[in-house]
Ligand binder design. Sequence first.
Ligand SMILES: Nc1nc2c(ncn2[C@@H]2O[C@H](COP(=O)(O)OP(=O)(O)O)[C@@H](O)[C@H]2O)c(=O)[nH]1
Ligand SMILES: [Mg+2]
Length: 295
Amino acid sequence: MNHPLDKSSDYRSLARKISLVENESFGYKDILTALHPASVPVIGITGPPGAGKSTITDRLVAIVLEQGMRVAVVAVDPSSPFHYGAILGDRIRFSRFFNNTGFYLRSMASRGALGGLCEKIIEITDLLKSENFDYIIIETVGVGQSEVEIAGLADTTVVVLVPESGDEIQSIKAGILEIGHIYVVNKADRSGADRLQKLLEERIQENHYEYWTPPVIKTSATAGEGILLLWEQILSHLRNPALQKKHLFLLAEKLYRLIQKNRMADISKHTLHQRLEQEVKRLDFNLYKFADEWK
Ligand SMILES: Nc1nc2c(ncn2[C@@H]2O[C@H](COP(=O)(O)OP(=O)(O)O)[C@@H](O)[C@H]2O)c(=O)[nH]1
Ligand SMILES: [Mg+2]
């Protein structure tokens, strides 16, 4: 899998293709229909802002590169496209890898101000899967929907929390225990890490997981502690035979979204508005009938 790349030209072409797809520029459908995505493991790293997701990702990248393998990172940040602060931060953080031919970083703004994955994340992941990477890591801020979305895209989802998250966990945020395959208590150098780890383990015990009981790992990402253990757990989860079944499920999930997007593609809000303006004047107007009959 590992082959030398002329980094500048190959990655420039990859970046161009991603931009074409992102902006739905002319020819982007041809790019997508010509793709042959390999089965590259996708690792999702999610959690609240500032939990240490990028620091952990940076450490994982170092491990993969040390083994002579290739890794692509997609960092999805909720800052608006007009605010490059966080994106610039990521570029600086990962700058030590930029001369490494095995590393590719793409930062993107997310759909909404509160997070959520970017519109074309499925397509972009498939583009990367067609480029001989050994691993793909997607970092997303876990606010609202995005944790759930990442679970539908990643083979292994890592949820990163910090000791201060303990109070939130008490009143468990909806779904958080359903999406993680691995829980990380990062910033374990601070007090409260053991308490949170115990709390999470208890909660996990209460749940009955079918094929994989999520481990809870303490890390101190800035010091690099616990990262190797985390990587081993990721690999162990990726090797889990039940993942094969999940692959088909994930594919169906993606297909559903793509069809949904395609169906909506030719519906413009403007046209809806105009038609509605006429229709509401009718005495027998009914919103549900109107929706059913919409062509
Ligand atoms: N004390 C401590 N700080 C950390 C640790 N991991 C990350 N940080 C710091 O937390 C801040 C946010 O980290 P970052 O990786 O950008 O978080 P992200 O928003 O989840 O990507 C940075 O200043 C990091 O240096 C850790 O294990 N211990
Ligand atoms: Mg980050």
